[in-house]
Design a protein. Structure first.
Length: 848
């Protein structure tokens, strides 16, 4: 006989007609058992399909009892419902075993068959004629099976206690869900030695892959955090001789979690963890945060106990403050810091969520073990202390602090030395974990011991130069003596290394030792961070930019540099310059990759993209108001002023244009793309070796090749006009006379009708005439043909701050230099660099 579960009429009616077997006590309409050769399909038209208001859906297959909270099993999903579990859950029922209270009695999943292999719509559960219970996905693949064919199975039973049982002719249990626990225990259920509760990945991802587990051993009850080897963060010990030959277990009873380690029922338990007495349905669940919480149904589901939080409180959970986080005051998180403001080695992964933990500013690498140091943290303890009989044993006992520290420095997989001692610091216990979870303050009065932590960090500032690199350093020192400036020196070295043939390796060695560099990533890491460079953000001077997400969740923009000859030089320049610069109006370089032929730069992600999208919008639906435009101009000015005047070495950007101004979520502007930058010594202009930049933003002196920071001031002037006018400098869609913004500007300045030019897409612009005209006059000053007459960027900032006025005596004869012909430009390029610095395609194809 094959019953197929696809009828859609009201079930109780059918049951009344077909059978009185279900009318236990004349009241119950439940469906707790099934015979062989039955199948159930996961379809919305299945009977007992209920949608809950929290977004979850159940399609129950078996349900036992009526009135109040009851166990049922069937298909379960939550949220988008692309995938389903075959699960046992607790639901609310009425007198006819209808599932009720869809807006508060949400299904509580207490067991599932296929956490790791969820199935889709139209999957089927089959209780086959041979006795096997099989969950088959819609494509026919087996997601799960009890493997009970040939075991004389007679039927399937969902018991009163929420145990799904396959029984044989004699009523003997052959297979039961209680023997295959997931992350929940229900009252009456035991966790037997050898079985584990394992947490799921998160509240929304049910996959069995969480860090935490709970199990019974011959010593007691233990909660572990997965690490290699696992470390216990909670234990309840039982000691003595075993008095029963029943394997050890722990059982969830009414009022307790009882440990039967030495003894067995009906004896008294060896130990108990008390649980509030049950006034209704309860279950306990090992959460994805490592807590073992008890939930109870009242007028809704609520937490009634948190069992593993011992006397040390919240801080004792391994990841309460993430990796390397320090927990204090029962849950406040901070990052490890050096005493008296020394070098910082850790930063918060997310400033808004300190509990996510901290990451190393320079990741540890075994390659440069000589640069490992220990960051000393006094009065800091770790959750694995109190080792016992093979659980959390110290790596060394009876040692002094120095031996403990050396023990860690000697072994690369050791990430910290944790030293726990009493009054005699020459005699303590030393732990050398290979992974560092959350740390916590040690309160001696509570713990009755002393503790210090020494975290292994990678020291890049270390003055010690590795032996094998000495020759390069000597070379650098030798060349630099009185002959060349620092910049020339670095370039010289690079040229030298480049010509040496095995340049690849040599250059990478060199990069390794540049002090204070941002994080170095491997190509593989960046490839996976950008999902194989799938989301392109844009195209910059030297290559494309892709969106990515680092392992810690930080969003980044990854610039993939192309064209090797050119890249080597510019790459080093970029890494050198940007790595050392931090300013709120400059896009920060987080890291880089120099991996074989791959050269990549990792920048902070700017979610509003580049300025051109906002001031030259294709559809004019959104237009920035004056306040935002003014702030953007001010931000650019401050960023450039910093580059020109406040850096150790003056930095000229050379390619200021809206595409190189990026906006964050609050429209703060930051200057980006230093790919075209060159270093020049303070107070000294330098003959440029390559013709670069973008037409429309090129200062007239580019023709004479005398380049100072005033080329940026000119570029800034153009950008200011573009921001105010909401159009491009060179706009071929405008009528002939208005094509060049600068000639229009000259005309309007002379007519004193500047407001004619202002962006008309935002009404707000017309109400700010006084300020706008002032900013436009400032732009006119920046655009002076004679570069010596232009203001410096710090003067621009002062004008905008209102502490200085715009120069009165301005020349309106702006020379918006037409692009020099490519051949002329090439003729000016220093022959030595010609091969490595070709003109950019955008220059060559620019308007004539
Ligand atoms: C299972 O089979 C038995 C015996 O044939 C029958 O009495 C019972 O009603 C069946 N149960 C269900 C749920 O179909
Ligand atoms: C539950 O929701 C699904 C999807 O929204 C819908 O197709 C189905 O008809 C609903 N079922 C019931 C019983 O309301
Ligand atoms: C379903 O998901 C929502 C949102 O994540 C959550 O609030 C709710 O508790 C979930 N319901 C069940 C029954 O797991
Ligand atoms: C499930 O089955 C129904 C009816 O047989 C069909 O219309 C639907 O497309 C199927 N859905 C999936 C996801 O296979
Ligand atoms: C059934 O057998 C398969 C293959 O041997 C195995 O992967 C699976 O875990 C077994 N299922 C159960 C519930 O033990
Ligand atoms: C099913 O389980 C109930 C208890 O929950 C029990 O009374 C009943 O005898 C079981 N049925 C079979 C066929 O084992
Ligand atoms: C759930 O977590 C697992 C393991 O971390 C992961 O492989 C899987 O993609 C996640 N699933 C979803 C839907 O996020
Ligand atoms: C446990 O058994 C051993 C040997 O059988 C015995 O020496 C010891 O005293 C016992 N311990 C306890 C606590 O009973
Ligand atoms: C648990 O024990 C208390 C006190 O003995 C009792 O009132 C309550 O009904 C019990 N709960 C259950 C679910 O049996
Ligand atoms: C901690 O160390 C200090 C100094 O070494 C010592 O005086 C004190 O007794 C120690 N505390 C404990 C709890 O052993
Ligand atoms: C401290 O411990 C060391 C090593 O066990 C021992 O040699 C020394 O005598 C102890 N000092 C004191 C004051 O007990
Ligand atoms: C290094 O430490 C790891 C774990 O911290 C340990 O497994 C390994 O045995 C240690 N190696 C040596 C040589 O001590």
């Amino acid at each position: 006989m094959k019953i197929t579960w696809s009828f859609s009429r009201p079930v109780p009616l059918i049951l009344i007609i077909s059978s009185s077997l279900y009318l236990i006590n004349g009241e119950s309409f439940d469906y707790p058992e099934a015979n062989l050769s039955t199948s159930w399909t996961n379809s919305p038209s299945a009977p007992h399909s209920v949608n809950f208001s929290d977004g979850s859906t159940v399609r129950s297959i078996l349900l036992r009892g009526s009135f109040g909270p009851r166990y049922a099993c069937g298909f379960f999903c939550n949220g988008s419902c692309d995938t389903y579990l075959f699960a046992i859950f607790i639901v609310q029922t009425d007198s006819a075993s209808y599932i009720t209270m869809p807006s508060i009695g949400f299904p509580q999943v207490v067991w599932s068959a296929n956490r790791d292999r969820p199935v889709r719509l139209n999957a089927t559960l089959l209780l086959k004629s041979d006795g096997d219970l099989v969950l088959q996905d819609v494509d026919g693949t087996v997601a799960w099976s009890t493997n009970t064919s040939a075991k004389s199975i007679a039927g399937l039973n969902l018991t009163e206690t929420g145990n799904l049982v396959l029984f044989d002719e004699k009523g003997t249990t052959i297979w039961q869900s209680f023997d295959h626990p997931t992350d929940v225990l229900v009252p009456g259920q035991s966790l037997v030695i050898g079985n584990y509760l394992t947490a799921s990945v998160s509240n929304t991802n049910w996959t069995n892959g969480g860090l935490y587990s709970l199990s019974v051993t011959s010593e007691g009850l233990f909660a572990y955090v997965g690490s290699n080897p696992p470390q216990a963060y909670y234990f309840k010990l039982v000691s003595g001789n075993k008095t029963s030959n029943v394997p050890s277990y722990v059982k969830f009873l009414n009022g307790s979690l009882a440990l039967f380690v030495l003894s067995a029922e009906p004896s008294e338990p060896d130990e108990v963890i008390s649980v509030p007495q049950a006034s209704s349905a309860q279950y306990m669940k090992l959460g994805s945060d490592g807590h073992l919480r008890v939930y109870q149904w009242g007028d809704k589901w609520a937490e009634v106990a948190d069992l593993l939080t011992g006397y040390l409180g919240e801080c004792n959970y391994p990841l309460v403050c993430g990796t390397y986080g320090i927990c204090s005051n029962n849950g406040q998180c901070s990052c490890p810091a050096s005493a008296n403001g020394g070098t910082s080695y850790f930063r918060q992964k997310d400033y808004r969520q300190p509990s996510l933990g901290c990451s190393e500013i320079t990741p540890l690498t075994c390659v440069e073990q000589q640069n490992h140091e220990l960051l000393e943290l006094d009065d800091i303890r770790y959750f694995i202390y109190d080792g016992y009989n093979g659980i959390n044993n110290p790596d060394m006992t009876g040692v002094d602090m120095e031996s403990c520290k050396q023990g860690c420095l000697r072994n690369c997989s050791c990430k910290a030395a944790l030293f726990q001692y009493g009054y005699n610091s020459s005699n303590g216990d030393c732990y050398l974990p290979s992974e560092v979870f959350s740390l916590m303050n040690n309160v001696e009065e509570t713990t009755h011991y002393n503790s210090s932590a020494f975290l292994k960090v990678q020291n890049v500032q270390s003055g010690t130069v590795p032996k094998k690199k000495t020759s390069h350093m000597a070379l650098i020192a030798g060349l630099s003596v009185g002959v060349l400036s620092t910049v020339a020196c670095i370039l010289g070295i690079l040229m030298y290394l480049y010509k040496r043939g095995n340049s690849e390796e040599a250059e990478e060695d060199y990069l390794d030792q540049v002090p204070g560099l941002p994080t170095r990533f491997s190509y593989e890491v960046l490839k996976s961070a950008t999902s194989d460079f799938s989301k392109k953000l844009g195209e910059g001077g030297f290559g494309s930019v892709y969106e990515g997400t680092l392992g810690d969740g930080t969003k980044v923009a990854v610039k993939l540099l192309e064209g090797l000859g050119q890249v080597k030089k510019s790459f080093l320049v970029e890494v050198e310059i940007i790595g050392s610069i931090h300013h709120v109006n400059l896009v920060r370089l987080i890291g880089f990759c120099a991996d074989k032929s791959h050269r990549l730069l990792v920048y902070e992600f700017m979610c509003n993209g580049s300025l051109d999208k906002w001031i030259f919008p294709k559809n004019q639906a959104f237009s920035l108001d004056w306040k935002h435009r003014w702030k953007i101009i001010f931000d650019i000015a401050r960023g450039l002023a910093y580059l020109h005047e406040d850096c150790r070495q003056k930095i000229i950007h050379l390619d200021i244009k809206p595409q190189n101004i990026l906006l964050d979520e609050s429209f703060n502007a930051k200057v980006s793309d230093f790919g075209l930058s060159k270093l020049i010594d303070k107070d000294q202009s330098q003959v440029m070796t390559a013709m670069r930049g973008t037409p429309g933003y090129l200062a007239p002196e580019w023709l004479s090749s005398i380049i100072t920071e005033k080329v940026d001031v000119y570029g800034f002037g153009v950008v200011v006009l573009e921001i105010v006018c909401g159009r491009k400098n060179l706009d071929r869609y405008q009528p002939e006379e208005g094509m060049h913004l600068l000639s229009l500007f000259k005309q309007k300045l002379e007519e004193d009708r500047l407001m004619d030019m202002v962006d008309k897409h935002n009404e707000d612009m017309q109400y700010n005439e006084r300020e706008i005209v002032k900013v436009m006059r400032l732009a006119a000053w920046c655009l002076q043909s004679d570069f010596t007459k232009r203001p410096s960027m710090s003067m621009v900032v002062k004008v905008m701050e209102g502490v200085m006025d715009v120069e009165e005596n301005l020349d309106y004869g702006f020379s918006f230099s037409q692009l020099p012909k490519p051949m002329e430009a090439v003729g000016r390029i220093d022959a030595k660099f010609a091969a490595t610095s070709p003109l950019l395609p955008s220059v060559l194809s620019g308007p004539r």
